[in-house]
Design a protein around this ligand. Structure first.
Ligand code: PLP
Length: 485
């Protein structure tokens, strides 16, 4: 691909760093001189010469005319989209930007409930009505799938007024849905397709990985370049290819949400990660895929752990990014959290996350064969050494057929709320988002009517003293509801 060996932004910053200018601009550390010595000894000083502020030589993220403009254009070409926007607050800000760019207050959006928590922020800030699709739970694998094309089509039949469909693909487990079909359905009906592809910036660069959102035809898609590729944390990209959206609106929204002091190291690392992915992605991912599959096979030989495979996921109508290892631990009688802690404490191994049922180990462009071997050896030892009492946990979701009575944004911004006992919550309108982990799905979001089923589910969690994300008190005995009079 032409020009992809260039890194215009990284080159500009390197040139600037070599000039050793006398700085009277922010940041106050002045090319690292003022950085605390302990930190500087660890990192070295050179890196801080790249931590600059906005001036013409390095270009502006909000009004790019030179190196940032060129770097974004190269990114867009690499992914085959019309526009790419660099983000310095992760896919979190990208998700919010997608909603604000695609919708007006009062529009409705169809989405599955297993969305990242930034989607609750996006719903509140954009003032949309969410139309929820109940996610599918697989009781054998103990994982949750995003929406299938059939579910999307049915939701659009029921709610033809929806402006957009929002999909998370891949999910945290690396499961992708059939985006090609969903894009076809959306565009046939004149709807926008927005995709949270935070976990999929690498998909485009290897033929043995699932189809990426931009190839499938998403109008907007956000990727965490920092998650699997080599950008620094917070480095993400919003891609746009759409006949239905105005790029100037997207640009304005992205600018509205981002800092005026972006970290240029993060921006340069996005530029460099793109070059690396285009020039060496296939080769590097080839190894990562091979090592992940070796790890998967080794784990699947163990007695008490199993690691979900691509054919198992494909049989269910979805696809799997095999670079993610979802390791089910339920047969060990221990929870994922317990195994996570043993791995950390005794083996110096950290997985990305754990829940009651699974560990999720993410491989990235910097992974190493030895890392995967160490994980399988550690699990094999744990398999021999540790046996918990029989665990009878079941991955369950309450039915989420709750009624959205008020717009989440109105509840958040305009309505007064009061705290009442959870046992008396039925019939009230929630002023809180409450998300138990697992499964990490909001049971309530602001504006929803609390049903008997939801109340019982939350009281069950409260009795077991399971902490729920969003609870504002030490115990979940009370809940904040909207004051109507
Ligand atoms: C599915 C999904 N979307 C979005 C995000 C937010 O991404 P970031 O950490 O880049 O803000 C995450 C973070 O883990 C995620 O898992």
């Amino acid at each position: 691909m032409k020009g992809q060996a260039k890194t215009p932004l990284l080159d500009t910053l390197l040139c600037h760093a070599k000039r050793r200018v006398v700085s009277f601009h922010t940041p106050g550390h002045k090319n690292g001189r003022g950085i605390d010595p302990v930190l500087r000894r660890f990192t070295g000083r050179a890196v801080y010469s790249m931590d600059v502020t906005v001036f013409p030589e390095v270009d502006s993220l909000h009004d790019p005319v030179s190196s940032i403009k060129k770097a974004q254009a190269l990114m867009a070409r690499a992914y085959g989209v019309e526009h790419s926007f660099f983000l310095v607050n992760g896919s979190t800000v990208g998700n919010i930007a997608m909603f604000l760019a695609a919708c007006n207050p009062g529009d409705s959006v169809i989405l599955s409930r297993n969305a990242h928590k930034s989607i609750v922020s996006a719903i509140i800030l954009s003032g949309v009505w969410p139309i929820w699709i109940q996610p599918q739970v697989d009781q054998h694998l103990d994982i949750i799938f995003d929406a299938s094309p059939e579910q999307v089509e049915e939701a659009l039949r029921q709610f033809p007024e929806a402006k957009a469909v929002f999909i998370t693909s891949p999910t945290y487990n690396g499961v992708t849905t059939n985006l090609v079909k969903i894009a076809e359905i959306c565009h046939r009906l004149g709807k926008l397709l927005l995709v949270d592809e935070a976990h999929g910036p690498h998909l485009k660069f290897h033929k043995d990985l699932p189809v990426s959102a931009v190839e499938a035809g998403a109008d907007l898609c956000v990727q965490s370049t920092h998650k699997i590729l080599s950008a620094l944390s917070q480095g993400s990209v919003l891609h746009m290819r759409s006949a239905l959206l105005d790029p100037n609106r997207v640009r304005k929204v992205v600018s509205l949400l981002q800092t005026t002091s972006p970290n240029y190291l993060i921006l340069a690392s996005i530029d460099a990660a793109r070059k690396q992915a285009v020039l060496a992605g296939e080769r590097l991912l080839d190894r990562v895929i091979r090592w992940a599959e070796e790890g998967r096979k080794a784990i699947n030989r163990l007695q008490n752990f199993f690691c979900v495979t691509r054919p198992e996921i494909q049989r269910r109508g979805f696809d799997l990014d095999v670079t993610k290892l979802t390791i089910n631990v339920t047969r060990s009688g221990l929870s994922g959290h317990q195994i996570e802690s043993i791995l950390n404490r005794e083996y110096n191994i950290q997985v990305d996350c754990a829940d009651l049922f699974n560990l999720i180990a993410i491989l990235g462009i910097g992974s190493d064969r030895q890392d995967v071997a160490r994980l399988s050896v550690a699990l094999s030892e744990i398999d021999q050494k540790y046996h918990g009492v029989e665990a009878n946990w079941v991955l369950q979701l309450p039915s989420l057929s709750t009624e959205m009575v008020m717009m989440p944004r109105d509840v958040f911004l305009f309505h007064r709320s009061k705290r009442i006992p959870l046992s008396k919550a039925v019939g009230h309108i929630s002023a809180q988002a409450l998300t138990p982990y697992p499964p990490g799905i909001p049971v309530l979001i602001p504006g929803e009517r609390i049903t008997q089923e939801t109340q019982d589910y939350l009281m069950g969690l409260s009795e077991k003293e399971i902490r729920v994300s969003g609870q504002e008190t030490d115990t979940l005995r009370t809940i904040k509801v909207v004051t109507l009079h």
